[in-house]
Design a protein around this ligand. Sequence first.
Ligand code: HEM
Length: 219
Amino acid sequence: MSLPLTANHPTLNARRMDGVLDWAQMLTGVGLIAFMWAHMLLVGSVLLSPEIMNSIAAFFENSGMAQVGGPLIFALFLAHFVLAARKIPFRLEGQKTIWEHAKLIHHADTWLWVVQAASAMVILIMGAIHMWAVLSDLPIVALKAAETLQRNKWWLAFYLLLAPLVHVHLGIGLYRIAVKWGFAGRAERRGLKRFATLIVLVSVGISVLTLFRFWFMVA
Ligand code: HEM
């Protein structure tokens, strides 16, 4: 028996479109996860030596990859937000309902979703500020980054907040992608959670060490 086509039963086309947008959301998310890990290793190369970080940055700038890639990453970042925003309640009423449900059903994955949606808002604003600050002041030089952080402690606080938020958001994203798209069944969820937690801890560790390397760098 076919269902009546009301607001509660979207048409086949609408459902197909929603599926396509879900895929696009996942692919932009995977792209950003890959970018952020590469970014963490490139900026984190300062831990090996500032010269290594400078040469990597110079390679990206001289080949034009920073100038072209930077705005492309920015576009990917915005596209991912717009796609994910379809699921986020922006009205207080909707937010209250999600909060009540999360409290009521005591389901860890629902809480993870709440953390992911809330961190997304902060990352959107802070990530945009950061990309603007870096890309409008090329070239990237380790000592210049260090001086900015040392001159204005707010930048250090800014990154100390942004880094954990980003990596927690990525870790939850990784977990949700694996569960939602069937890469991990119910039996694997616990192991997957441990793996994602480990990745988050290692990434936050590298990022915090990187920030302190900048903080203590002398000319
Ligand atoms: C457009 C491409 C990007 C470039 C060229 C870039 C470049 C840089 C550079 C050079 C630093 C060192 C500090 C500084 O100079 O201010 C840095 C640090 C940082 N960036 Fe980015 N960034 C980009 C995108 C992003 C995005 C999308 C995020 C996350 C939303 C992000 C998060 C961070 C964080 C948290 C730090 C602190 C250090 C660390 O965690 O490794 N960046 N970035």
